[in-house]
Ligand binder design. Structure first.
Ligand SMILES: CC(C)(COP(=O)(O)OP(=O)(O)OC[C@H]1O[C@@H](n2cnc3c(N)ncnc32)[C@H](O)[C@@H]1OP(=O)(O)O)[C@@H](O)C(=O)NCCC(=O)NCCS
Length: 151
């Protein structure tokens, strides 16, 4: 297994990852684009298995003075083998102690890594969700936060 850090200046590689997220219906704008501009990407990690097959990736973005999980995705055939956890933990370790937010479609996954649900009225992080046809029908996202710094 190999985990590789993608620097934000590597826009060609980031474009590849964005296409991967889009192909798996993650974090899209109404136009089907990845919503975070390259300037907001702080870093990404991608993971390959022992046969060097691409398995998944995580992208961390800036969010005001804090950070957010812009996207995390593991290929469906490789889910539930611990790969998502490895990717998320690598990002958490790099950001050591800083606030990390996420709009979690799978809250239990994030809770296992220490994220806690936060409730803020009309949370700006959820604003993209409000007009989505899946919101509160088959997608029940929660805003979650890891870290102790005040927001
Ligand atoms: C969310 C996502 C990234 C998690 O990735 P993953 O690789 O399946 O995550 P993990 O394998 O680390 O953890 C998932 C489960 O597998 C279990 N698991 C971990 N290692 C395991 C192993 N070696 N053997 C069996 N189960 C294992 C974990 O305990 C966890 O259990 P839980 O579902 O009861 O919490 C993945 O499901 C995904 O890409 N989903 C689609 C995109 C998405 O929804 N992204 C999140 C947006 S907020």
């Amino acid at each position: 297994m190999t985990i590789t850090r993608i620097d934000p200046t590597d826009t060609a590689k980031q474009t590849e990852l964005n296409k991967f997220y889009i192909a798996h219906n993650l974090e899209l704008t109404d136009e089907g684009e990845f919503p975070y501009p390259y300037k907001d990407v702080v870093f990404s990690y991608e993971l390959h298995d022992n046969s060097d097959n691409f398995v998944g990736a995580v992208t961390i973005c800036s969010f005001n003075d804090d950070f957010m999980v812009g996207a995390i995705c593991v290929l469906p055939k490789h889910e539930n083998k611990g790969y998502g956890g490895i990717l998320l933990q690598k990002a958490i370790d790099e950001l050591s102690g800083k606030n990390i937010f996420t709009v979690a479609k799978k809250p239990d996954f994030f809770a296992k890594h220490g994220f806690k649900e936060i409730k803020r009225k009309n949370d700006p992080l959820l604003s993209d969700c409000y007009n989505c046809h899946s919101y509160q029908k088959n997608c029940f996202p929660k805003v979650m936060k890891l870290g102790t710094n005040k927001v």
